[in-house]
Ligand binder design. Structure first.
Ligand code: HEC
Ligand code: HEC
Length: 189
């Protein structure tokens, strides 16, 4: 009788403990949110170096949006030399190593967050996409948005997460927080 409760209690504590300790960027707030059922979609970015280096040209995509094999490929010399027509190779190898460590250790396969897990599940075993917007899960979620609303100047492409997901930088992609610019009055078909 007693033993049963003890086991249940231990299971309960260990499941929260593992949630709390999984990625080094999950702080008390995400622990708090998951406890009360308001879980974020992906772990938010709090790494200052990453925000500065990888948020200079575009939204600082959360590491939990791609698997570690994608980030490794993206930072490889060959890919970094031509990153969407930009050269993002690093002269300072310690900066490069720190970014690599941050991205790979917080990548989708190590995250317990809902969207990271769904992105992982949608990928085949060895797929290493370099675009979040090209992962099957993210593609499917945006398949019904009229092209006209995506290519308009206020958005440009699906890669511009923040144009529609107003709380993207907080790791919140909830469909209640989405608003596509100029979508009012637009006929979806
Ligand atoms: C010099 C500018 C520049 C810097 C610095 C930069 N990027 Fe990019 N990145 C781009 C451009 C341009 C695109 C294409 C954007 C688009 O499709 O709208 C892009 C696209 C991406 C995409 C694909 C988005 C998608 O889903 O289609 C990812 C992921 C990405 N960058 C990650 C990074 C990471 C990680 C770093 C830091 C190591 C970084 N970027 C630094 C210019 C930059
Ligand atoms: C043109 C506006 C737009 C852009 C840009 C955009 N999204 Fe979305 N996104 C939406 C809309 C609208 C939905 C809701 C779709 C639905 O109702 O199923 C959505 C849904 C999602 C969902 C599922 C949310 C849910 O509650 O089911 C995720 C995750 C997501 N987007 C992530 C991203 C990421 C990551 C990016 C950038 C790489 C991005 N989105 C760019 C408009 C956009």
């Amino acid at each position: 009788m007693y033993k049963k409760y003890l086991i249940l209690m231990l299971l309960f504590i260990s499941s929260f403990y593992s949630l709390y300790t999984q990625a080094d960027d999950e702080g008390f707030s995400s622990f708090f949110n998951s406890f009360f059922g308001k879980e974020l979609d992906v772990a938010p970015v709090k790494n200052a170096l990453y925000l500065e280096e990888c948020g200079a040209c575009h939204f600082a995509y959360q590491p939990g949006l791609l698997p570690s094999r994608s980030w490794k490929k993206m930072l490889s010399q060959q890919e970094a030399k031509n990153h969407f027509e930009e050269d993002i190779t690093f002269d300072d190898k310690t900066v490069e190593a720190q970014l690599m460590h941050y991205l790979t250790s917080n990548a989708a396969e190590y995250s317990s967050f809902k969207r990271s897990r769904k992105i992982m599940r949608s990928l085949s075993n060895n797929a290493s996409p370099l675009q979040i917007s090209e992962t099957p899960y993210i593609k499917r979620k945006h398949a019904e948005i009229p092209k006209k609303l995506i290519i308009q100047p206020e958005v440009g492409s699906i890669a511009n997460c923040e144009a529609c997901h107003k709380k993207a930088s907080k790791g919140n992609y909830d469909d209640d927080e989405v608003s596509i610019p100029n979508a009012w009055g637009y006929s979806w078909d």
